[in-house]
Design a protein around this ligand. Structure first.
Ligand SMILES: Nc1ncnc2c1ncn2[C@@H]1O[C@H](COP(=O)(O)OP(=O)(O)O)[C@@H](O)[C@H]1O
Ligand SMILES: [Mg+2]
Length: 357
């Protein structure tokens, strides 16, 4: 196991600053995900931890050893890490056993020890019966597990995974999430995982670092960042949300786009605010506090995905049990607001989304 400490790391490519003062600690045995949109700097940060990239400034520590910083630079192969990338390269002409054994073969580990260690990791990734198969005889998910086994065979303290599931189909991706998480728990290794997929991050991580434009916006458990997002960007990136401008007045937030309808508010903010409502925070209820007109409803089996016109605003409602509710489009409905999010108005919505008015 290994902890990772990132101290004031910045990275620029030419004029462009890609990482701005990264200052984070990842604990021993922790599964941390760097989550953010494409181009926000996730891969760059991972490559700096791995030693494939030099930061412009700052330090990286693995346990109590500085591996990058000042004049110190420990090369990747001496950092005790395993890595798997999105485009996992398995050698097509080598069978599964030889692919996985490769890192040990080049380290000139004794054949009997190679056999023992390869057998162990193949067992962990459920590929034991395929040891003599060529990669081309295996599915995409199995090939990805070869890459994972090869990263694990050297018994790294730290495993870095860069979008390792993004080339797999949806069903397999879900299975592999679970398997990677199981492997991590079984081996007790530290994992830094990179993805732009919020569901993947939520499902696997002990903690998530949400990144936008080279800055960590929030760090926390999946529950913390989903339920209490630090800002509008995080709320938007983690799940579905409709935003509305509002103004705090006498224990309420008045929302002009909703025809002046208001939400009860007892929080600390005053003046102009941005209100975020997740579709699952709304329920159809006869005595609900908002009223509007049901415009559309799509039956999705487990839930209904609906749009309700509240004043001028179109509000999304994802509600269970529609089969039994029997609402008609055009009907007047009431909505119970079970919860919502409030942020100080800071202009970030303008550039982030088109506000519905
Ligand atoms: N070697 C490089 N030279 C110049 N720009 C780069 C290089 N590597 C990455 N970038 C830029 O840095 C930004 C962050 O890239 P990256 O870390 O790959 O993002 P992510 O993995 O989050 O999609 C992007 O704008 C990308 O174009
Ligand atoms: Mg990337």
């Amino acid at each position: 196991m290994a902890s990772v400490t990132i101290r004031q790391v910045t990275k620029s490519f030419g004029e462009t600053q890609v990482l701005k003062a990264f200052d984070e600690t990842i604990a021993d045995g922790e599964f941390v995900t760097l989550l953010g949109p494409s181009g926000c700097g996730k891969t760059t940060m991972l490559r700096i931890i791995a030693g494939f990239e030099h930061p412009t400034s700052g330090e990286v520590w693995i346990d109590d050893r500085m591996v990058t910083g000042g004049k110190t630079f420990v090369p990747p192969e001496k950092r005790g890490i395993g890595m798997v990338f999105q485009s996992y390269a398995v050698w097509p002409h080598m069978n599964v056993f030889k692919n996985v054994a490769y890192p040990l073969t080049i380290q000139k580990v004794k054949p009997e020890e190679i056999s023992r260690r390869v057998a162990r990791v193949l067992d962990i990734v459920h590929l034991s019966q395929y040891a003599q198969h060529l990669p081309s005889q295996l599915s995409g998910g199995q090939q990805q597990r070869i890459a994972l086994a090869r990263a694990l065979v050297a018994e790294p303290k730290l495993l870095l995974l860069d979008e390792p599931l993004s080339n797999l189909d949806a069903k397999l991706r879900e299975t592999m999430r679970f398997e990677i998480k199981e492997i991590q728990k079984k081996l007790g290794i530290t994992v830094v995982y990179v993805t732009h997929d919020q569901t993947e991050a939520m499902a696997m991580s002990d903690r998530i670092f949400v990144i936008n434009r080279g800055v960590v916006q929030q760090r926390g458990t999946p529950e913390e960042i989903y339920d209490r997002p630090a800002n509008q960007f995080v709320a938007d990136f983690l799940g579905k949300v409709d935003f509305f401008r509002g103004e705090v007045k006498a224990g309420k937030i008045v929302i002009p786009a909703m025809g002046g309808q208001a939400l009860p508010y007892a929080g600390p903010l005053t003046g102009r605010v941005d209100v975020g409502i997740r579709p699952e925070q709304l329920r159809f209820k006869a005595d609900g506090s908002l009223w509007g007109v049901l415009e559309t409803q799509y039956y999705l089996g487990d839930v209904d995905d609906c749009r309700v016109r509240v004043g001028d605003a179109l509000v999304r409602v994802i509600a269970p049990g529609g089969k039994y509710r029997k609402l008609r489009n055009g009907e007047e409905v009431r909505l119970e607001v079970r919860d919502f999010m409030v942020f100080p108005e800071d202009g970030s919505l303008d550039e982030m989304l088109e506000i519905r008015t």
